[in-house]
Design a protein around this ligand. Structure first.
Ligand SMILES: Cc1cc2nc3c(=O)[nH]c(=O)nc-3n(C[C@H](O)[C@H](O)[C@H](O)COP(=O)(O)O)c2cc1C
Length: 382
C-alpha cells in the first residue's frame, strides 16, 4: 500500500478523523470518561478497552484506516532497526503487553512493553497515580507491578512477530519485592530477564532508574555498580540492540560518568529520561509519593539529550522521552539529538490520536525545513 501522505483522499480522511478524535477526546472522552474517574481506575479501564479492542479485527482495521499516517520522511533506521516513524510508547503504560495490537494499528513506530521483572511483582500500595492537570503531569508510584518477564516476553515476542509495522521493545527492571537481596542478587535478577529476552524482541531497554522501589537505584548510585551490572549483561549473547533508561535528576558530572561506563559495554542506545523527582516550584500535596511525568520533564529532558549528544557524539542512539506533547516539542527533541521520541502523558492528556498529530506535524516541520528524512534533523541544533 502507498503512503498516506501521497494519497489525496486518504490524507484528507486521516486529517479529518484525527481532528475529530482530538475534539472528541478534549470535550467528551477526557472530561466524561477519563478524568471523571480516579486515575487508577481510568488506567485499568483503558487497559480493559485495549484488551477488548485488540480482539476485534474490524475495529482494528477501522483504527488503522482512520488514524495511521505514513510518510517516507518519517521512516528511519536506528541501531540497525527499521522504524516506520520515530515515535514510540515509553515503558510503563503497557507493562504486561496488552496494548500491542491497538498501538500497532494506530501507527506507532514502536512500543516498549514493561518494565517487567524476573519475578511477578505486585508493585506498591495503591494509589499508583495522581493527576496534576495544571502541569500536564501524572505523579507515578507503581513500583514495577507486572506479571513477570517470563510471560511478558512471551507476549512481546508474539506481538512483535504479528505486528504489521510496529517494532516491540521490552524494558527489564529489577524485581521490587521482599526477596530483594544484595547487589549480586540484583544483577542476577536483570540477567534472568535478559536471557529470556535475547533474540525475542526488536530491542531491550534496561531500566536502572525506577524511582519507586524499596531497593532504590543502586546501579546509578556509582559507576562501579553500573559497570558490574553490564559486565554480567555483556556475557549474555543477544542479537538485538540494548538501550539503558537513564535518570533525569543526576548532576551532569555523575550522569556523564555513568554514560562513560556504558560506552565501554554492549549498549547501543540511551533512553533519556525517566520520571522527574524534582518538585521545585510545583504545588504538590505532601503525602503524594512518586515521580513526575509530562510537563515537568520537558525542558530538563531536552537539555539532557542535547548535552549527552554533544559529549558522546554518535556513540549512542538516543531515545528522547519526557513531556513531549506537540509536534514542535518532538521536533525540538530530535534537533537536540534524539533519534527516537517516546511518550505516555501525551496520550492521557491529549488522547490516543496524538500519535497521528505528532506524526503529521513532525512531517510538516521536516519538509518545511528541507529535510528529506527525519534522521537528517537529528542534532542539527547542536
Ligand atoms: C503510568 C506510568 C508508568 C510508568 N512506568 C515506567 C516503567 O515501568 N518503567 C520505566 O522505565 N518508566 C516508566 N514510566 C516513565 C515513562 O516511561 C517516561 O519516562 C515518563 O513518563 C516521561 O514521559 P512522558 O512525559 O511522555 O509521560 C512510567 C510513566 C508513567 C506515566
Amino acid at each position: 500500500m502507498g503512503y498516506v501522505s501521497e494519497s489525496f483522499w486518504h490524507d484528507a480522511v486521516n486529517k479529518a478523523t484525527t481532528d475529530l478524535f482530538t475534539f472528541g477526546y478534549k470535550h467528551v472522552v477526557k472530561p466524561d470518561l477519563v478524568f471523571s474517574r480516579p486515575p487508577d481506575q481510568a488506567h485499568d479501564d483503558m487497559l480493559a478497552f485495549c484488551r477488548m479492542a485488540g480482539q476485534l479485527p474490524p475495529l482494528l482495521w477501522l483504527e488503522r484506516a482512520m488514524l495511521d499516517y505514513t510518510d517516507p520522511v518519517l521512516e528511519t533506521t536506528v541501531m540497525g532497526v527499521d522504524f516506520a516513524n520515530p515515535f514510540g510508547l515509553s515503558a510503563g503504560l503497557d507493562k504486561n503487553c496488552e496494548m500491542a495490537a491497538v498501538l500497532d494499528h494506530a501507527g506507532f513506530g514502536f512500543e516498549t512493553v514493561g518494565s517487567t521483572t524476573s519475578r511477578p511483582c505486585a508493585g506498591n500500595a495503591k494509589p499508583w497515580f495522581h493527576r496534576l492537570p495544571e502541569y500536564d503531569s501524572m505523579m507515578v508510584h507503581v513500583g514495577l507491578a507486572n506479571i513477570g518477564s517470563d510471560q511478558v516476553i512471551d507476549r512481546a515476542e508474539q506481538a512483535w512477530t504479528h505486528a504489521d509495522g510496529m517494532q516491540v521493545s521490552v524494558s527489564i527492571a529489577r524485581t521490587n519485592d521482599d526477596q530483594v537481596g544484595d547487589l549480586d542478587e540484583g544483577i542476577e535478577d536483570y540477567c534472568v530477564s535478559m536471557r529470556r529476552a535475547a533474540g525475542r524482541t526488536a530491542m531491550v531497554e534496561v531500566n536502572v532508574s525506577c524511582p519507586n522501589t524499596t531497593a532504590g537505584e543502586p546501579f546509578t548510585a556509582s559507576p562501579e555498580n553500573l559497570d558490574r551490572l553490564f559486565d554480567a549483561l555483556d556475557r549474555i549473547d543477544r542479537p538485538q540492540p540494548t538501550l539503558v533508561k537513564m535518570p533525569l535528576n543526576k548532576p551532569w558530572e555523575e550522569f556523564r560518568d555513568l554514560v562513560a561506563v556504558l560506552a565501554e559495554h554492549n549498549v547501543q542506545g540511551l533512553t533519556i529520561a525517566n520520571l522527574n523527582k524534582d518538585r521545585t516550584g510545583l504545588q504538590i500535596p505532601d503525602g503524594w509519593e512518586g515521580g513526575l511525568s509530562g510537563g515537568p520533564c520537558t525542558a530538563a529532558s531536552t537539555a539532557l539529550v542535547a548535552r549527552t549528544r554533544r559529549e558522546f557524539g554518535d556513540r549512542f542512539a538516543i531515545a528522547g522521552v519526557g513531556g513531549v506533547f506537540t509536534p514542535r516539542q518532538a521536533y525540538e527533541r530530535i534537533r537536540a539529538g534524539a533519534d527516537l521520541v517516546m511518550f505516555i502523558s501525551a496520550l492521557m492528556y491529549r488522547g490516543p490520536q496524538q500519535i497521528t498529530v505528532l506524526k503529521r506535524g513532525l512531517a510538516r516541520l521536516l519538509k518545511r525545513d528541507g529535510f528529506a528524512h527525519v534522521a537528517d534533523a537529528v542534532g542539527v541544533d547542536l
